[in-house]
Design a protein. Structure first.
Length: 107
């Protein structure tokens, strides 16, 4: 199974609920997710990783690319729903220096 996403607008924040695997096959869907989420230039985008079951090095690179696009557009990015394993990966790759890691907010 590849990756799918759902967009949820919440005021000046857009939540992008990611589901599945973030690897090279997720390139098109992750790009589409960011494009849809960045319409109307929200203050922030929150990537919800709760239902992501796999991220490889290519997936990390895709997330870095997404962060670069967000930065260029002046949009803040947060991550929620990361497992301890992926929190650690975000820390050792220093991705956590560029994306705020938060707990998921229900509702």
């Amino acid at each position: 199974m590849g990756m799918t996403h759902e967009i949820r607008r919440k005021g000046d924040r857009v939540d992008v609920v990611l589901v599945g695997r973030i690897d090279r096959d997720a390139t098109t869907d992750l790009d589409a997710a960011f494009s849809a989420a960045s319409i109307d230039s929200p203050a922030s985008i929150q990537l919800d990783f709760t239902d992501v079951d796999y991220i490889n090095s290519t997936g990390i690179a895709l997330i870095v690319s997404l962060l670069a696009r967000a930065r260029a557009e002046g949009i803040g990015v947060r991550a929620s729903g990361l497992t301890e394993h992926y929190r650690h990966i975000f820390e050792i790759t220093r991705l956590s220096d560029f994306i705020d890691i938060v707990q998921p907010v229900k509702g």
